[in-house]
Design a protein. Structure first.
Length: 348
């Protein structure tokens, strides 16, 4: 695809937004109803980008930035929607605009610290939505409960996606008719960090002191969450932990997909590029799932892409014929659930 054709495609995707909105809404309607919202900053290398402005990472990037918001299904590990905002935009306002642009019902949102005003919007009007959010230490209820905190509400064993497990103690309190605050203490994480810090003190490492140990050690491995959902405390903790899958996805965006230092300058082209990033993320998610089915630790998604990338379609008379293939590569793709056809009828 030539530069002009690609530019026209991106412009149409950004300017004629109805098809993209309908596609994103279909993803939302079909999702697990467990959605994380997170932001990502992209460095802009265009002086004429309509979205590029100085922002909170400008000094680090040494350039203007564009802010990207992502809605991510934490159960199916797939992106649901993308939106680019001006580099100087405030996250809280951008998040509200982001979510208002689509319809959500009976959805549990796991949002980042600092997005508390967004929680009011999630609950109004009442449409079955709920939220889970980390509580800042400046919160008045946090300060009040902290004074006499005892983890007396119960305990459970948390099992993540790995073989590791953790013993969790917790205390929960109803703040109002819709809201609970829950203090969790990961007993194993707390002990591990105590041990590590103590070793650093004994070895005389700079910055590690008995004073700081006494001041902070009780709060290592402590998670404080506020939620409007009715799930039991162990389930709330699990849902929050699942949110971290979006951080893994952000790592893919930054390091593997390499959406960095973009030179796009037209507003519509950049919004059209949101759709390209979304589709690439969906393909990446499906490819990861298919690779796991192989149960071959020595084969990664990168290996699959490299093997597939060697194949080419060549026009022969009225057909597109698959060339440059290897039998073992075709067998591997078939094992993943995708068997490419050896030829496809060409359009006239």
């Amino acid at each position: 695809m030539g530069p002009s054709a690609l530019g026209n495609l991106l412009h149409d995707l950004g300017a004629k937004g109805n098809p993209v909105r309908a596609f994103e809404q279909s993803l939302i309607d079909d999702c697990s109803r467990n959605i994380a919202i997170d932001g990502h900053v992209i460095r802009s290398c265009s002086e004429e980008n309509d979205l590029a402005e100085a922002g909170y990472k400008t000094k680090l990037l040494k350039s203007s930035q564009v802010n990207i918001l992502i809605a991510y299904d934490t159960k199916r590990h797939v992106p649901l929607m993308y939106r680019a905002y001006r580099g100087s935009s405030v996250d809280k306002k951008s998040c509200e605009s982001f979510l208002r642009s689509r319809s959500f019902t009976n959805t549990r949102f796991v949002v980042d610290r600092g997005s508390s005003p967004l929680c009011c919007w999630i609950l109004c009007p009442p449409n079955g939505n709920s939220y889970i959010i980390p509580v800042p230490t400046s919160d008045k209820n946090f300060k009040r409960i902290k004074v006499k905190l005892q983890y007396t509400s119960g305990e459970f064993v948390y099992k993540g996606n790995t073989k590791d497990s953790a013993r969790i103690l917790y205390y929960e309190e109803q703040i109002d008719d819709n809201t609970r605050m829950i203090f969790y203490k990961d007993y194993d994480e707390n002990n591990s960090k105590r041990k590590s810090y103590r070793q650093s003190i004994d070895e005389g490492e700079a910055g590690y002191t008995q004073e700081n140990y006494d001041k902070y050690s009780d709060w290592w491995g402590v998670y404080v969450l506020q939620t409007s959902c009715q799930d039991p405390a162990p389930q709330v903790f699990t849902e929050y932990k699942d949110r971290w899958s979006i951080e893994t996805y952000n790592n893919y965006i930054k390091n593997d997909a390499d959406y960095n230092d973009l030179k796009l300058q037209d507003y519509y082209n950049f919004q059209g590029f949101n759709f390209i990033m979304l589709v690439a993320g969906i393909i990446h998610s499906n490819l990861q799932d298919a690779t796991k089915v192989l149960e071959k630790p020595n084969i990664s998604t990168i290996d699959i892409l490299l093997k597939s990338g060697h194949m080419r379609l060549v026009r022969q008379d009225s057909e597109w014929v698959l060339h440059n293939t290897r039998t073992k590569d075709l067998a591997l793709l078939k094992e993943m659930g995708f068997a490419p056809g050896m030829s496809y009828k060409a359009s006239k």
